[in-house]
Design a binder for this molecule. Structure first.
Ligand code: PHE
Length: 344
């Protein structure tokens, strides 16, 4: 084959292809044409595969020519595809009709879980009072959860029945937020006022107990802190949470890490003190544990109990939420039943 024969032949192959591309009118047709012109069975590809069978002196010219034809076809297809896309888009925009009177699809609004709302509210009160927020680990050692909080070795709270032990007893899930007192006292020097929210774990489950629940620990250490400071702070807190008419009553109690210790009762949020189902006829409801930080705790963290004193308290958040919203089964808070949770 002579050079001019070759170029004529390739030229007409290219022209036929370009003409075919120019005649295409829609994207489906475009795809079929692309396969026809560049696909495995196309004349171009068949010729390319046949290159090896040509006499060696003809191969370079033929190879170069076929590449040029392929590039020209590819470019023509690209240009045509862009034009078709543009044309099809403007056709669609012209023909499509939106019914703007149709109602929209409802979007489910998320909302705060009752436990979160109560927790936020409570934290806000103490942050306003100047308490700083601290957190501690949920996996604790006996040292922090019990020993440094002045629990004797044989204290029943250490029992397997209450405490979830991990790794053959070397670790445990904290049973209260009081170990954060220890972490914070080791981290910061007094004076110190801390509020510490978090999850706690106890091997306990019924209508009013969940194996995992939330507590907020609060404590305040300074010179000459007295039970009066504790009382004033808790009164302010309860009045903010439940209203100014709520009455407070301190009952003597016992915790290893506070001396003296007390439990705080408030007048029933449902009946106001007359006696009802919620307060079991007593007019009072138990709300939190508190007391003056035991000197043994100060000594365990290297704070001089002759110089410093402090109060501490611990509140169960689920309990506050249940009283606030009149929920009588704690499990309702954990079932993720959105139609129940939506009410709050
Ligand atoms: N840690 C106690 C509990 O879990 C509550 C408490 C905290 C009591 C601080 C006194 C002082 O029940």
């Amino acid at each position: 084959m002579t050079d001019s024969n070759l170029s004529n032949e390739l030229e007409s192959l290219k022209e036929a292809a370009v003409a075919k591309i120019a005649a295409v009118t829609c994207s489906d047709e475009m795809e079929n044409t692309r396969v026809e012109l560049l696909g495995r069975k196309s004349e171009l590809m068949t010729r390319m595969r046949g290159l090896g069978k040509l006499p060696p002196d003809q191969r370079p010219a033929m190879g170069k020519g076929l590449n040029e034809v392929r590039d020209a076809i590819t470019a023509a297809i690209k240009g045509k595809q862009a034009a078709i896309r543009k044309k099809e888009l403007s056709e669609r925009l012209e023909n499509e009709v939106f019914d703007i009177t149709l109602p929209g699809r409802p979007i489910g609004m998320g909302r705060s879980h009752p436990v979160c709302s109560v927790l936020d509210e409570l934290m806000e009160i103490f942050i306003e009072l100047g308490f700083m927020v601290e957190e501690g680990p949920e996996v604790e050692t006996d040292e922090y959860n019990f020993k440094m909080l002045n629990f004797p070795d044989d204290h029943p709270a250490r029992d397997m029945q209450d405490t979830f032990y991990l790794h053959n007893g070397a670790r445990l899930l904290r049973t209260h937020t009081s170990p954060v007192q220890i972490h914070a006292m080791l981290r910061h020097k007094p004076p110190l006022s801390v509020i510490a929210p978090g999850r706690v774990y106890r091997c306990d489950s019924d209508v009013t107990h969940s194996p995992v629940f939330h507590q907020v620990e609060g404590f305040h250490i300074d010179r000459h802190i007295t039970f009066g400071h504790l009382k004033g702070t808790l009164e302010l807190f309860i009045h903010r949470l439940y209203g100014k008419n709520t009455k407070l009553r301190f009952r003597p109690s016992f915790f290893p890490f506070t001396e003296p210790s007390a439990e705080l009762d408030i007048s029933c949020v449902l009946c106001g003190g007359g006696g009802c189902r919620l307060c079991k006829g007593t007019g009072w409801m138990e709300i939190l544990g508190a007391g003056m930080i035991d000197p043994n705790v100060f000594e365990a963290v290297g704070i001089d109990p002759e110089k410093w004193s402090g109060y501490a308290f611990g509140v169960g958040i689920e309990r506050i939420a249940m009283l606030r919203y009149g929920i009588d089964d704690i499990r309702l808070l954990y079932e993720n039943n959105t139609s129940f949770l939506k009410q709050y």
